[in-house]
Design a protein around this ligand. Structure first.
Ligand code: HEM
Ligand code: MTE
Ligand code: MO
Length: 467
């Protein structure tokens, strides 16, 4: 057998592009697949996502690779072995509050490591209607709490000072399991485009702070009624949620939704313990999270520890002083958070996931792909696509089944095929229309706001067509 040179993971990690060569690992073997990149049946863009690291996390998403001929093909490109002293990466036990965070999928585009904030790469975002759990965007404000499922209790403050304390088996057995397919979107999705107009404060999300899962759990409604609440409640009431994650001062992450939404059987609000048929992953709120379909992600509180009904909204910073929209004229000297309502239902949104900005696409038939979604359960009824910056339009084909009316909680994926001529410069644009005929604004500047939230202007992607 040939003797191969030994490399460390760090050395492999320096080979991430055709210029620097494209190296990957599989098991303890190292491969230089530069010459295979353009031949890859799944596309060059996808194989490059694994460049410089291990193939396994990506191949776990695409079972097509678990065939003998794929490994045989890979073997031709072998150039080395990993050094035996290379231990698998583990979080060192330091004083770091984030040291206990879970391991993440290497394909995620990380906006911030501590706390962890990451989105799936656009190449994988809308490949599937249900986002694989490992790729689902993650928005953490704080370290991920370590929860022992055996001693976990959910506290539900009932009327008249009575309280419920529910263990995980009680939550699972006392209430019927309800399943809902719902998209979560962060208020800051597409913030990066807004900061091109003028700087904003916040993580520079691209188009991927949005993902879709099939959630399973107890209905919040059933738990509230079990705790003694009535369906009708006179006056203004809110259902407040607290997470197990707390800041340095001990204040937990918190948020609230109106009582009427919480008890409405049509609103499908869940206390979820399952995500795409698996138990909730730690990053997404293990063991229990709220899922509020049609509403900004910030209200779907993870690592849920407490539910309470109150005449006021959650006192949390994230309900009172963040996740609100303002006029473009408001700046950090003049902002008064009390003057704006907390974001709940989100406006209509869409984005192009393929091709990517700056790509050089082949002449002939171009396939444009993307997602569209609207808040409040409003269905997406149409997606318009332009290849010339919005002068002329075509209608995209929407994939999937028609959702139940007023409960369109999940995104639609869409596609458009169009002929493109060699040498052309295209400005691809998409815009969606929802069931209330709400449309997206054509540009970002008029909706600019200091926090960079609610960024839903027409998505524009410039590409050139190769000669
Ligand atoms: C398909 C090899 C990396 C995504 C394939 C096929 C081969 C292959 C041989 C065709 C399999 C068949 O149809 O029998 C490889 C090798 C890789 C690699 C050698 C690394 C050195 C990746 C990565 C991704 C990926 C990192 C995703 C991030 C896909 C997809 C297909 C595919 C989506 C299906 C394409 C289709 O059916 O249209 N790959 N792959 N591959 N690969 Fe990979
Ligand atoms: N819940 C807790 N306890 N802590 C958090 O930091 N982030 C919120 C929400 N729930 C958060 C939370 C925000 S802003 C969003 S967008 C969603 O969770 C993201 O959910 P995900 O990480 O599962 O995608
Ligand atoms: Mo968010």
């Amino acid at each position: 057998a040939p003797r191969y040179p030994r490399y460390t993971r760090e050395e492999v990690g320096r080979h991430r592009s055709p210029q620097d060569r494209v190296w990957v690992t599989h098991g303890t073997e190292v491969f230089d697949v530069t010459d295979f990149v353009e031949l890859h049946p799944g596309g060059a863009d996808k194989i490059l996502l694994a460049a410089g690291g291990a193939l396994e996390p990506f191949w776990a998403l695409y079972a097509v690779h678990s065939q003998p001929h794929v490994l045989e093909l890979l073997r031709e490109y072998k150039v080395g072995e990993l050094s035996p002293e290379e231990a698998p990466p583990t979080a060192a036990a330091t004083g770091d509050p984030f040291a206990g965070d879970p391991l993440r999928h290497p394909g995620l585009c990380v906006n911030s490591q501590k706390p962890f904030n990451a989105e799936p790469p656009a190449e994988l975002l809308a490949e599937r209607f249900l986002t694989p759990n490992e790729l689902f965007f993650t928005r953490n404000h704080l370290p991920v709490p370590a929860v022992d499922p055996g001693s976990y209790r959910l506290r539900v403050e009932g009327p008249g000072g009575r309280a419920l304390s529910l263990s995980l088996p009680e939550l699972r057995s006392r209430f019927p399991k309800h399943e809902v397919t719902a998209t979560l979107q962060c208020a800051g999705n597409r913030r990066a485009e807004m900061s091109q107009v003028r700087p904003v404060k916040g993580l520079p999300w691209d188009i991927g702070a949005i993902s879709t899962a099939r959630w399973g759990g107890a209905r919040l409604r059933d738990v509230l009624l079990h705790a003694g609440f009535e369906e009708e409640r006179e006056g203004e009431w809110h259902v407040c949620f607290e997470g197990l994650d707390a800041d340095a001062g001990g204040a937990p992450y918190g948020a609230s939704i109106p009582y009427s939404r919480a008890v409405s059987p049509a609103a499908d609000v869940l206390l979820a313990y399952e995500m795409n048929g698996e138990e909730l992953p730690r990053d997404h709120g293990f063991p229990v999270r709220v899922v509020v379909p049609g509403v900004v992600g910030a209200r779907s509180v993870k690592w849920l520890r407490r539910v309470a009904v109150s005449p006021a909204e959650s006192p949390s910073h994230w309900q009172q002083n963040d996740y609100k929209g303002f006029s473009p004229c408001v700046d950090w000297d003049t902002v008064d958070y009390k003057t704006a309502p907390a974001i709940q239902e989100l406006p209509v949104q869409s984005a192009i996931t393929h091709p990517r900005p700056g790509a050089a696409v082949p002449a002939g038939e171009l396939t444009v792909k993307g997602y569209a979604w609207s808040g409040g359960g409003r269905p997406v009824v149409r997606v318009d696509v332009s290849l010339d910056g919005g002068r002329t339009w075509r209608v995209a084909r929407l994939a999937g089944e028609r959702p139940p009316p007023e409960r369109a909680w999940a995104w639609v994926l869409w596609e458009l095929q169009a002929p493109v001529a060699a040498g052309a410069e295209l400005e691809i644009v998409c815009k969606a229309v929802d069931g209330s005929y709400n449309v997206q604004p054509d540009s970002v500047a008029p909706i600019w706001n200091l926090r960079g939230v609610l960024s839903n202007a027409w998505h524009r992607v410039r590409v050139s067509v190769r000669d």
